[in-house]
Structures are given as structure tokens and as C-alpha cells.
Design a protein around this ligand. Structure first.
Ligand SMILES: [Mn+2]
Length: 450
């Protein structure tokens, strides 16, 4: 067994090419490829979500991605893994098999192993793993594309699919361990490439993923016995290391190539790996991802405060999100034009105003009262009025026809001058005028005597 220098791998992930991300994705992927070529990597891996969704062949995003991958393949062999099926519908990656660069592009869209030869070719396992390792390899790659949950559900039933996915993946990963051990004995670096969620990982928005339907645990991934685990799916770079006698082993998410959303923490980039038969290291090479800035106001945005904040932290060229929350009656007092003017140097400005709905003060207890008489009493208690005159009105309503009440009211001296018919009892009682009685909400206003 000859000792070779460690395999140098450029690990890109989650490029998300599509109309919405094209500028960011292509600037960052372009810079990353340039850096990888400068470093002189031996091989490149793209661990899923190359596209954001199905792309038409004539779309600028498709052309840009194809041209970048072709450029990469002119430098070194490329392995492209199938990512999340909604981002890369089945068949999306097939076109990359036909690229025809100086080196081959292997598309990993099924479970399988590929060996990299000294000549830069890919040797593909006929089944899910090699029965015997081919001769002349310089590295062994195991590919586990994004698990298609629909297929799992169809095979196991929808109820069991979520929990069972992790168990089946763990069994498969254990099944790869003997091949990885064999390769290691031959002095080969072993790499597992996959796309999914590791229990306990942290998303780009700082949320820990701790559900029970995730594909992986760090334990199940280390159990595969590969020296390096190259992951895609989570857009934030993070890694886990272990040295349990077989040399340093490492699991890492490269994270997304660019910053596609507001609020994403951490550097963006790609990973430079050095993988030997009993060692693995990776380091993040940053890409020129866009800078995002969040400005939040608890209430109405204050222009003086905003001006001061912009002096402290200039936003020239940045992607700014400005958030505020105001009560409904102040919604029209937010001066968007003035804020836009202050943020003129930003590359993009996104306003997110939240309107807090007006909450009406209700008369407590009215909802619980059954009879109308009790409701009136509850309301009178809240507003400090006497209920008796209103009760007498209610009694009248119960025993007399409405028209007769109206006629009687109109016959009273001076009644015709009132805008609405007002019951003498209510008038005598003071200055409360019932405007509305709807549900359990009573609105009142004080009316002066005419
Ligand atoms: Mn992704």
C-alpha cells in the first residue's frame, strides 16, 4: 500500500439556482469555483439542491448553472448529488451527465457507491454498494441522495414513514461500514455524500432541528465508517468531529453557497476538505455572499432613530429589511417614502409593517348573561348607569307592538325635533345614548341634551 497525499475535495452545496436567486447564486458559485481551481482541488462535490425548483432549459438560470458545472468539470471530476425532490424534481440532474467536460460528471440520483480512479474517471457500483472494490481507485464515495418521503410512505404506509425513515437510513449506513473499512485498509479515503437533516443541527435562522422524523443522527452517520461525511440541505455551515481510534473523522454541512434570505446567520461559502484513509479536515472558504441588515422598531419607525442607526451601521450595498409594528390607528402615519430616502444606498429594501388590530373593551359578563334583562344590567354595571329605565323599555317591547311604541313616542311634545325617536324614560335618566347593541358589545357615547 502506497501512501498518497490526502484527497483535496471542494464541497459545494445548496446552490438553489432559479430566477429569484440567480444573481446571488451565480456570483457566489462562480467565486467559489475560481477559488477551488486556484487551490487545485482533486475533485468537486455538489451535495444537492443545485436548483431551487424545476427549471426550463431556456431559462437563464439553467444556462448559468450548466455553464458553471461545465467549467468545474474542465478542472476536475465532479459528483452531483440529488437534493430535496421539490427543489430538484426527478430527472433534473440527468442533463449534467451529458456535459462532456475534460472530466466526467457523476450524477448520484440513486443509492450507490462510486470509485474515483487515478485518471479522474468514475466507476459506478451496479447495486447499492460494491461487492468487491474495483482496482486503481484513489477514493471511495458513497452516495445517499435525499430520501424521497413519498416513496417511503408508499412502501411503509404514511403513518409509519416519518419515524421509520431514520431507522432504515441507519440500517443502510451500517451496511456501508464494511466497504468503507475495506477501502481504508487499501489506503483509500472514504467519503459519504448525502442530503438531509441531522438531529440537533442548527438552521441558518438559529433553530435547532430536534424532531423525530429527521434522516440522520451524528451517531448513525459516524456508524457508516466513512472518514468524511459531506452533507447538504441545511443552509448553515457546521461540523461534528470524532476520533475513536480510526483517526479523525468529520461530518459537515457546507451550508448554502450564498445568502438567499434575510436573517441567515454565519458566513457563506464552500468547504475545502482534505481526506486521507485515516484523517479528515475541512475548512470554510467564504464566498462574497450578500450582506443583509435587519432594522426593527417596536412601535412606529422613528426617522431620527433610523438616521442615527444608519450612521452607526451604514447599509450601502446591503439588503435591508425594516420591520415595525403599529396600532391600527397609526398605520397611515408610517412615512415609507422618507425611510426609503434614508435607505437609498441599500441594494434592496424590504418593508415589513405589522398592524396591531384595535382590541375593543367589552363589557365583561355580558356574554355569560342569558336573559336580555341581565345583559342590560351587566352593561349598566360596567358604564355606571341605572338599569331600571331601560328595563321598563324592554318590558314595553315585550308587551307592545313596535309601531305603537313609535307612534306614542312621536306623539310626545318636541319628539319630532329629535333625530331619532328617543324614549322619554331614557331621556329622563340622563345623558347616555345607546348607539349599538350587537352581540355582547355595547358602544356608548355621551350625548348632550338638545
Ligand atoms: Mn437547500
Amino acid at each position: 500500500m502506497t501512501t498518497r497525499p490526502p484527497l483535496r475535495v471542494a464541497h459545494f452545496s445548496d446552490l438553489h439556482y432559479g430566477p429569484r436567486n440567480l444573481v446571488e447564486a451565480d456570483r457566489c458559485f462562480g467565486a467559489a469555483i475560481e477559488r477551488a481551481v486556484d487551490v487545485g482541488v482533486d475533485v468537486a462535490v455538489i451535495s444537492g439542491d443545485s436548483t431551487d425548483h424545476a427549471l426550463d432549459l431556456h431559462s437563464p438560470s439553467a444556462v448559468a448553472l450548466v455553464s458553471r458545472v461545465r467549467g468545474l468539470a474542465d478542472h476536475c471530476p465532479v459528483l452531483m448529488l440529488q437534493g430535496t425532490w421539490s427543489h430538484e424534481p426527478p430527472g433534473t440532474l440527468s442533463v449534467f451527465r451529458e456535459l462532456g467536460g475534460r472530466h466526467a460528471v457523476h450524477v448520484g440520483d440513486r443509492i450507490g457507491q462510486v470509485g474515483l480512479t487515478a485518471g479522474g474517471d468514475w466507476v459506478v457500483s451496479p447495486g447499492w454498494s460494491f461487492d468487491a472494490l474495483p482496482d486503481g481507485l484513489v477514493g471511495l464515495f458513497s452516495c445517499l441522495p435525499s430520501v424521497n418521503r413519498a416513496v417511503v410512505a408508499a412502501a411503509l404506509g404514511a403513518a409509519d414513514a416519518a419515524g421509520a425513515t431514520g431507522e432504515h437510513v441507519a440500517a443502510l449506513l451500517r451496511g456501508l461500514a464494511s466497504n468503507h473499512a475495506m477501502a481504508r485498509q487499501l489506503g483509500l479515503p472514504t467519503l459519504l455524500v448525502s442530503h438531509g437533516t441531522v438531529f440537533g443541527c442548527i438552521t441558518e435562522h438559529g433553530v435547532p432541528m430536534a424532531g423525530f422524523d429527521h434522516e440522520f443522527t451524528t451517531g448513525s452517520l459516524f456508524d457508516a465508517g466513512a472518514q468524511a461525511v459531506l452533507l447538504g440541505h441545511i443552509h448553515r455551515h457546521q461540523c461534528w468531529e470524532r476520533d475513536d481510534g480510526g483517526g479523525r473523522r468529520c461530518i459537515a454541512y457546507a451550508g448554502s453557497i450564498g445568502r438567499f434570505h434575510h436573517g441567515e446567520a454565519g458566513d457563506k461559502g464552500f468547504l475545502l476538505w482534505q481526506v486521507g484513509p485515516d484523517s479528515a479536515t475541512c475548512r470554510l472558504e467564504a464566498t462574497p455572499a450578500r450582506r443583509t441588515v435587519d432594522i426593527c422598531f417596536d412601535g412606529k419607525p422613528d426617522l431620527a432613530t433610523l438616521r442615527a442607526a444608519l450612521v452607526a451601521q451604514p447599509v450601502a450595498g446591503a439588503w435591508v429589511r425594516l420591520r415595525w409594528s403599529v396600532p391600527e390607528e397609526e398605520r397611515n402615519d408610517v412615512d415609507r417614502a422618507a425611510m426609503r430616502e434614508l435607505l437609498a444606498g441599500a441594494a434592496s429594501v424590504q418593508f415589513e409593517g405589522r398592524i396591531l388590530p384595535v382590541v375593543r373593551v367589552r363589557s365583561g359578563g355580558i356574554g355569560q348573561a342569558g336573559a336580555m334583562r341581565d345583559k342590560v344590567a351587566a352593561w349598566a354595571g360596567v358604564v355606571g348607569a341605572r338599569p331600571e329605565p331601560l328595563w321598563s323599555c324592554l318590558d314595553e317591547l315585550a308587551v307592545r307592538e313596535t309601531q305603537r311604541i313609535v307612534d306614542a313616542a312621536l306623539a310626545e311634545p318636541g319628539a319630532a325635533t329629535a333625530a331619532g325617536a328617543q324614549h322619554p324614560g331614557a331621556e329622563a335618566q340622563g345623558d347616555l345614548k345607546v348607539l349599538e347593541l350587537a352581540g355582547d358589545c355595547l358602544e356608548v357615547s355621551s350625548g348632550a341634551h338638545a
